[in-house]
Write a protein that binds this ligand. Structure first.
Ligand code: TYD
Ligand code: MG
Length: 452
């Protein structure tokens, strides 16, 4: 017998409450409770009956160890972020802001996998729209089946008929099941549907790719609830105004989360960027002040990025500080270091900072390039063209060692730089610097770097 139950669910974290409350006691979000009706089948009494247990615990040594079957997605970047390909029976969530290119990425991957049958279920676009998109992508015709569907029960029927090797759901927020009566996109629907898809993936060994939206207001159920359920959470990010898109794994049960894929959005789809450094350096900035190049590592790949700074006298009382692609608190800290330890007067200056290419960089090794670009702009002195740097700056103005310095030096060398400034300590550790053809300069303090 079906039992109708109505609960209030926090749309932010999924907490439930029997009555409406203004502030979620679990995540602290205001005004996030929405009434949802759940129709539950009365659970059979046998659930807690030991005799009817269907699976049997086994000793861990007895479990057959098989290396996971991984499917090649024919996209080196996508494979790498997944940890070497798509694992059979895994549930993968690809999240990202609307319009960033999630559907494009997945459809492109689906079209490329010519020897696999892919079922692409779209709850957002019609079959015609998908066709138009696929024509734009200019990819080989393949065994890619598309259907426009929002009912989970119907999707399972399609899966049964098509017998695909891979299932794609675009997007999880548009799918709904009959067993929950709340609207598509609510926490209950998202949770129920993804749990059902997880069960399907595990039982059939067919990988399921889910696309999920994140929006800044959090008014639809963000993939936060989903993250616990799925095996892998990929995030597709980038600035709408730039072509570059970064794919990273936030959680991966089958691989490392340090990997990073870089794509460029073109007229005919996403292009893989295999050598990011060349794209991220602006071609011509000779003689311009305020530009410094850092040898950064994101994920496990080194690449060179350009820090641009503009320092000018504040027009109004309070100086402005703004930063794109770099943590503004860290920039304020670096400005304080410059002020206090190196004696530069920046308190009355506006400081604007930008990382070229619209990327967000978390690597602390770019500190040195940041402060160099700020000083270069402040004093209006351009840097030598063929110099780059890597080093974290500490609170007392010391340059602290960074990891994997050799990779950073090699990357700079590969791109034709003549000099690289690195932390002094890094070279004590490895005195093998003789094999670099690039000139390696050690710096202990911020002042040493400036002298160079
Ligand atoms: P889309 O994949 O629809 O985004 P999402 O599924 O994440 O919401 O991509 C949307 C943007 O990508 C759109 O603004 C147009 C652009 N685009 C290209 O630049 N080139 C292309 O080949 C395609 C298909 C889309
Ligand atoms: Mg889409």
């Amino acid at each position: 017998m079906a039992k109708i139950k109505s609960v209030y669910v926090c749309q932010n974290c999924g907490a439930e409450s029997p009555k409406w409350i203004g502030k979620c006691s679990s995540c602290g979000e205001w005004n996030s409770y929405v009434e949802e009706v759940i129709r539950k089948e009365t659970p059979s009494k046998a659930v807690h009956n030991v005799d009817t247990a269907q699976s049997k615990p086994v000793r861990i040594e007895e479990v057959e160890s098989t290396t996971e079957q991984r499917m090649d997605t024919y996209s080196a970047e996508f494979n790498r972020v997944l940890g070497g390909g798509l694992v059979g029976g895994s549930l993968v969530l690809l999240g990202g802001e609307p319009g960033i290119g999630k559907s494009t990425l997945i459809l492109q991957v689906a079209l490329n996998m010519v020897n696999k049958k892919v079922l692409y279920v779209s709850g957002e676009e019609s079959v015609k729209q998908l066709k138009l998109r696929s024509e734009r992508l200019l990819k080989p015709a393949s065994e890619c089946f598309v259907v426009s569907e929002t009912s989970l029960e119907q999707i399972f029927v399609h899966i049964k008929n098509v017998q695909p090797d891979i299932v794609v759901i675009d997007s999880i927020q548009t799918i709904s099941t009959e067993y929950a009566e709340s609207s598509p996109g609510s926490v209950t629907q998202v949770r129920e549907c993804s749990a059902a898809l997880l069960k399907f993936a595990k039982e059939s060994g067919i990988p399921v790719l889910l696309i999920g939206h994140i929006n800044k207001e959090g008014s639809i159920a963000g993939p936060k609830v989903l993250e616990h359920i799925v095996d892998t959470v990929l995030q597709f990010e980038g600035d709408q105004n730039y072509m570059y898109r970064i794919l990273r794994a936030n959680k991966n049960r089958f691989g490392s989360t340090a990997e990073l894929g870089i794509f460029e959005m073109l007229q005919n789809g996403l292009r893989e960027v295999t050598n990011p450094s060349e794209l991220l350096l602006s071609q011509n900035h000779e003689g311009l002040s305020g530009v410094a190049i850092a040898s950064a590592i994101e994920g496990i790949r080194p690449f060179l990025i350009e820090a641009q700074a503009l320092v000018s006298t504040a027009a109004y009382g309070t100086p402005q500080r703004s930063s794109t692609g770099f943590d503004i608190r860290r920039m304020n800290m670096l400005l304080a270091v410059l002020e206090k330890r190196a004696g530069f007067k920046l308190a009355q200056k506006d400081v604007f900072l930008n990382i070229a290419g619209g990327l967000k960089v978390n690597d602390p090794a770019i500190d040195l390039a940041i402060i160099t670009s700020i000083l270069s702009s402040s004093m209006d002195i351009a840097l030598e063209r063929h110099i780059c740097m890597a080093g974290e700056v500490g609170l007392s103005g010391e340059i602290r060692p960074v990891n994997r310095i050799e990779q950073r030096i090699l990357e700079a060398e590969k791109l034709g730089f003549k000099k690289i400034i690195i932390p002094d300590y890094n070279l004590h550790k490895s005195d093998k610097n003789t094999r670099f053809s690039i000139e390696v300069i050690k710096a202990k303090k911020v002042e040493d770097a400036f002298r160079v």
